[in-house]
Design a protein around this ligand. Sequence first.
Ligand SMILES: *[C@@H]1O[C@H](CO)[C@@H](O)[C@H](O)[C@H]1NC(C)=O
Length: 123
Amino acid sequence: MRSTAVFATLLAAVTAALAAPSPATISKRQGPSFYIVVCTEPDIAAGTCEPFGGLGEGVCTPFPASFNDNISSLASTFDGEACTVYVNDGCTGDSLVVEHLQTYNTLPANLDNALSSFKCSAV
Ligand SMILES: *[C@@H]1O[C@H](CO)[C@@H](O)[C@H](O)[C@H]1NC(C)=O
């Protein structure tokens, strides 16, 4: 009887210790994962598409080699974030602001197959 009570107390303590952190804690630590979806062809779903998240608020993120100068459509995927895409590394050169939940099925000629980096921030 006594050992059962001790076990129950231990179990309760361990359960409390293992309880998952609140969703607010998780989202604050990890941030939203996907800010922008880019595709190698026009109209989003065509070609190869991949979602990318910013490294952090306003931190410039390069597109990987397979998408560098190879993006023809894109969409912002996270309400509350705006992303700016740039033709050069280091978020320089011609750019386009992609407002939250905005989709570009095609890109202006100076940006089509020319994007190299992006950064996102809360709006
Ligand atoms: C552009 O994307 C397509 C589709 O994923 C891929 O086949 C091609 O190799 C890419 N081009 C470059 C230069 O990475």
